[in-house]
Design a protein around this ligand. Structure first.
Ligand code: XMP
Length: 514
């Protein structure tokens, strides 16, 4: 049976992925395509509905991103959001102009006509607005269904042609009834049944992989991160011990992390796969000795990783397939237009070797968002501590130790980080926090402990809240939690006499330190 699908046509809006995620929350499969996508390709996909995103342009400018009138004549229900709404009106003969009053943020919206789109939405509601232009006059045969104080056309529609336009952003959580509005569109207007479910996705993907791989050999570079772990478990369900996972332990992992990964994927774990843990700690430390320049450190770690991986791959020999944990945002970001063949190097492992002897790449998670990958992990019965693991950079603690990396410094940062994570968990903050970790500054300073003068390292605690990691704010951790963490680190971690909390947002800072 053909999977029902809604497509999002992207005009450069900052919320394009959010729109797709919201649609998937209605259990409807959704993919994002560039506005440049050929109309014939769109027709061939046979979508149940089309959503046009917002975007930074003015649709009446000569070079503004556009879609042909034909898109609106396909007979497919279409919903335009913000720029998408303006473009729909403009293309079909309405007026779009610079708004005399620009709206930004939460805005009171009044619904003024019956509409399937607003079914069960109260007449007065709050929506998220962000626009310079506005629809001064809707296209012919469109009726206005909502307005605001400054915006005469907050929503308009031509029910017969199944064309809907809203000036606001239903995908943003600040739009009170946004979920209901999108659900009305995909379920009531597009007629989607909502059959996209994780269990059936997993079943279908596992069958598809079995068919593709046959009796071939598959290699997976396992970092212990969420994506590669879930990909490995999916593959192990599909092909059992035809799969070999290579886990390069570079000695720059968080405390006990190597053992945790081994306990899940190793011989005592629940999966039937070949697992190779390469203890390459000494090798990495040796290559990093005396190196202080951040980019050089990153390069050394990446290259060393590849070398170790290649050596292992050669020992296994004649591998047919290589598994990558690419997820949907990587696909979207690596080239819009659904060109999923564009394969990004795996960031978790710093770029996989090009010269390993394999025929094809398998990316079982390439259609999933991060939260869906986590759902898949839980559905596959993976332990929560693996599934809800925070993002951890491929170069590991190597970029959380400012300056030269030594075994002593790694131990300090591992111990401090473990305490910090424990205290965050004790305070019940673990699930709500974006990313948090301890790092080691390159600074030693004078302190006093007992009656003794000390001259030791300063640890820095970092915690950020972020949606997409492109920007981030320092998280407001209760002072008591920070104080308790500081006390424990000073008392329990040898070599530390000072603890800082990093208040820097991104930009100008980055999340990591190097
Ligand atoms: P930055 O420091 O760039 O971090 O603000 C943003 C997010 O990316 C992660 N990060 C990396 N992840 N390999 C990775 O797999 C890397 O080299 C790397 N550098 C940063 C970082 O942990 C944060 O989540």
């Amino acid at each position: 049976m053909e999977q029902e699908k809604v497509i999002v046509i992207d005009f450069g809006g900052q919320y394009n992925q959010l729109v797709a995620r919201r649609v998937r929350e209605c259990n409807v499969y959704c993919e994002i395509y560039s506005y440049r996508t050929d109309i014939e390709k769109i027709k061939a996909m046979n979508p149940k509905g089309i959503i046009l995103t917002g975007g930074p342009n003015s649709c009446y400018e000569a070079k503004a991103p556009a879609c042909g009138r034909e898109l609106f004549e396909l007979g497919i229900p279409t919903l335009g959001l913000c720029y998408g709404a303006q473009l729909m009106m403009f293309t079909l003969g309405g007026n779009v102009e610079r708004a005399p009053v620009q709206e930004y943020g939460k805005t009171d919206v009044s619904i003024c006509a019956d509409s399937l789109l607003f079914e069960k939405v109260p007449e007065k509601t709050v929506c998220w607005m962000s626009h310079f232009d506005y629809i001064a006059k809707p296209a012919p045969d469109f009726k206005i269904t909502a307005y605001t104080k400054d915006c005469p056309v907050a929503a308009a529609e031509n029910q017969e042609k199944q064309l809907y336009a809203v000036q606001f952003h239903p995908e943003v959580l600040h739009t009170q009834e946004g979920g209901k509005i999108l659900s009305n569109f995909v379920k009531r207007i597009c007629g989607c049944a909502g059959t996209w479910r994780m269990d059936s996705f997993l079943e279908d993907s596992i069958h598809a992989m079995q068919k593709k791989i046959g009796s071939g050999k598959v290699l997976c570079a396992l970092s212990g991160g969420v994506d590669s772990s879930v990909a490995a478990v999916m593959l192990s369900k599909a092909i059992g011990n035809q799969l070999t996972c290579v886990f390069v332990d570079h000695g720059l992992l968080r405390k006990d992390e190597g053992d945790e990964v081994e306990s899940v994927f190793g011989p005592d774990g629940p999966y039937e796969l070949n697992f190779i843990r390469v203890n390459a700690r000494e090798r990495f430390f040796k290559s990093l000795a005396g190196v202080t320049e951040p980019e050089k450190k990153r390069k050394i770690i990446g290259e060393e990783f590849i070398r170790v991986f290649e050596e292992e791959a050669k020992k296994i020999g004649a591998v047919d397939f290589l598994v990558q944990g690419t997820i949907y945002p990587d696909v979207v970001e690596s080239g819009l237009g659904g060109e999923s063949a564009v394969i990004k190097s795996h960031h978790n492992v710093g770029g996989l070797p090009a010269c390993v002897d394999f025929k094809e790449i398998i990316e079982p998670l390439q259609s999933l968002f991060k939260d869906e990958v986590r759902k898949a992990g839980l559905e596959l019965g993976m332990p929560e501590h693996l599934v809800f693991r925070q993002p951890f950079p491929g170069p590991g603690l190597g970029i959380r130790i400012i300056g030269e990396v030594t075994a002593e410094k790694v131990k300090i940062v591992q111990d401090a980080d473990a305490i910090y994570r424990e205290e965050i968990a004790n305070a019940g903050l673990a699930q709500s926090m974006g990313q948090y970790f301890a790092a080691l500054t390159n600074m030693q300073s004078v302190g006093v402990m007992g009656d003794e003068r000390t001259y030791e390292y300063a640890v820095v605690l970092r915690a950020v809240s972020t949606v997409d990691f492109m920007t981030a704010e320092a998280a407001e951790i209760p002072f008591e939690v920070l104080k308790k963490t500081m006390g424990r680190i000073i008392n329990e971690v040898k070599g530390v006499n000072r603890v800082f909390y990093d208040l820097t947002s991104k930009p100008p800072g980055t999340v990591e330190f190097e």
